[in-house]
Each structure stands twice: as C-alpha cells, then as structure tokens.
Design a protein around this ligand. Structure first.
Ligand code: CA
Ligand code: CA
Length: 328
C-alpha cells in the first residue's frame, strides 16, 4: 500500500513537472551562429548545426561549443533535438557535455561507432536534468572523436532548449479564427493560453492586438481558475474598418508572471477584404509540374482569396482583374 501510494505521488509529481515546464532558452539555428565555437567539420546551415563526415579527417576530435547560457535558479532540463547518422562500424564516440566555471561534466556518452544511428532523421529529443547547475553560467558542448570521420554520415543538432519550472508563469499559445473577413463585418478570434507554472491562476488578462496598426482589439479578464498544466481559450470579437492585411497576436498579462518571453503568441494572418468584387486567375503553365504553382495557391488559400485555376489561357481575359502564371 505504501509503495503504491508513493508511486502514485511520484507519478503525479512527474506528470505535473512534465506539463508545467517553461522554455527559458532556445536555439533553433535559423540565423548565423557566430557565437558558437565550431571545430573541424562542425558547421552551420539554416535550421541545424551539424558535423559532416567530409572532408575525411583521420584521428579526429571535433567539438561544437555553445555561447554562455545563464541558467535561471528554477532551471530543470536541457533538451536536445538531434540525429546521429553513421556510415560504418568503428570505435567513434559522441558526447554531450556541460561546461561550468569549475569544469566539464559529460551528460551523454554514446558509442556511435558501435551502436550506430541515433534518433530519426527529422530529429529526436533527448533530455537531461540540469537542476544541479541552476543559477550558473554554462556552455553546452557536442564532441565526437575516433579513427576517421569516414565512419560518419553526419550529426544533426536541430534544437537546443532549457526549461524551468516557475511558481507563476502563463504562456500565450496561439490565435485562432478567420483569416479572411469583409470590412465592417464582425468576426471572432480566440486566444489560447496555458498555465505552465506550478500554481493555479485566476487573476490574469488576455488581449488581442493588430500588428499593422498596433491597435488593441480586445481584452478579457479571466473569470475562473486555471489549474497547473491546463489550457483555456478566450474569444474576442472584432469588426475591422477599412480593408487591409494584418497579423494578429494574443497576449497574456499577469502581475506576478515569472517569464515574459512567452507572453505573446506568434502572428496570425488576417485579410480584411475590400467591398468590391474582383476575379483572380491562376494559369498553371508549368508542363505538368505539380508543385510550381503551389506556393502561389497556398498563399491565396491562406489569405482566403478565391481564384479560378486553368491549364490553358482563356482567349478572353477581360473578366479577370489579376492573373498569375506558373512557368516550368
Ligand atoms: Ca509568462
Ligand atoms: Ca502545375
């Protein structure tokens, strides 16, 4: 009985921590990585940091070392999203370490030359507790060594993040609703928020803004309590005036919120249609290629703009106000 109870409590604590972590630092390698130290075959491409087998190098020992990361006192986990892709069996080693003011500790030691590939090609998470380094300045080090880089294909690192667990932290998740509406017409958008802290919350406000004008579209106060790890959606109405394109974003505001970097959602495109009718033609003229025009039609679809798609150009184009052609 005691054991069952203890297990249940441990499980609940684990569940709670798993649902209540805030991302306090994240790197997804979309911009140049000047602040990283990249040795040997480690390099950067938009979307990943990676070590390639080429140029073939004997007796190699190559590391990629992150800039200094200041871990908050509530730091919980380091999460690495990666893929190790091996070519042949050998004695190569891959390691992930954490460098602190007092030295270097190995978090992960993997005999890649023997064990082979690790993770899936589009990235698999591996996580490490960093509670013992909380409050410190650290660096993350990816290192591999062995007889020759020829035994590798490559090692991809797609994303590195550090999570923390705060008592009070609200997260603005996303905006939902129409992408296309007529000027003067009322629409309703939702802002989803999540309580990623440990405490229940009831005293917070959710707002919706337009990027183009900076206008605050609406504001709603929470009326009930939100448990740790739970999400809630708030509806906000908007009757846009003149036609324009904009992006909306949601915001959550709470007095004692511990982390402000997660209080805004990403942008949500909205097109306010003018009160005129117009005809759009998409001429798919790419010799049967199926994807040449999709960037175009996807953009029109997202904007909610109706169009007629044809494979040969009509003789009479006088009814169209806009004509797009894909060539190939
Ligand atoms: Ca927050
Ligand atoms: Ca086509």
């Amino acid at each position: 009985m005691k054991h069952t109870l203890l297990l249940t409590i441990t499980f609940m604590l684990f569940m709670c921590s798993a649902f209540s972590q805030s991302v306090v630092w994240e790197e997804i390698f979309l911009t140049t990585q000047d602040e990283w130290t990249l040795e040997g075959n480690w390099t950067y491409d938009p979307g990943r940091l990676w070590m390639n087998w080429s140029p073939e190098t004997p007796n190699y020992d190559m590391a990629a070392i992150s800039p200094v990361i200041t871990l908050p006192s509530e730091a919980e986990e380091l999460i690495v999203n990666q893929y190790l892709y091996m070519y042949e069996t050998s004695t190569d080693i891959a390691e992930i370490s954490i460098i602190t003011g007092s030295g270097e500790n190995v978090l992960w030691h993997y005999e890649c030359g023997q064990e082979g590939d690790w993770g899936s090609a589009d990235g698999t998470d591996i996580s490490f507790s960093v509670t013992e380094y909380a409050g410190q300045d650290v660096q993350i080090k990816f290192r591999t060594w062995g007889p020759t880089t020829y035994s590798w294909w490559w090692w991809d690192v797609y994303r590195i993040s550090v999570t923390a667990m705060f008592d009070n932290d609200m997260l603005a998740v996303e905006v939902g609703g129409p992408n296309n509406i007529n000027e003067g017409q009322q629409g309703s958008w939702t802002v989803k928020v999540k309580n990623v802290g440990l405490n229940e919350q009831s005293d917070y406000t959710v707002k919706l803004f337009s990027h183009l004008t900076g206008e605050e579209i609406g504001s709603v106060d929470a009326t009930s309590s939100l448990a740790a790890g739970s999400e809630e959606e708030f509806s906000i109405n908007w009757t846009p005036g003149e036609y324009h394109n904009t992006c909306l974003y949601g915001q959550v505001i709470m007095d004692n919120d511990a982390l402000s970097t997660n209080n805004n959602t990403s942008s949500y495109f909205v097109r306010v249609e003018p009160d005129i009718s117009y005809q759009v033609l998409v001429w798919d003229n790419d010799n049967g290629s199926t994807n040449t025009e999709t960037g175009l039609t996807d953009a029109l679809d997202v904007a909610g703009i109706q169009y007629t798609k044809v494979y040969s150009l009509p003789a009479d184009l006088s009814s169209y106000n806009m004509i797009f052609a894909s060539c190939g």
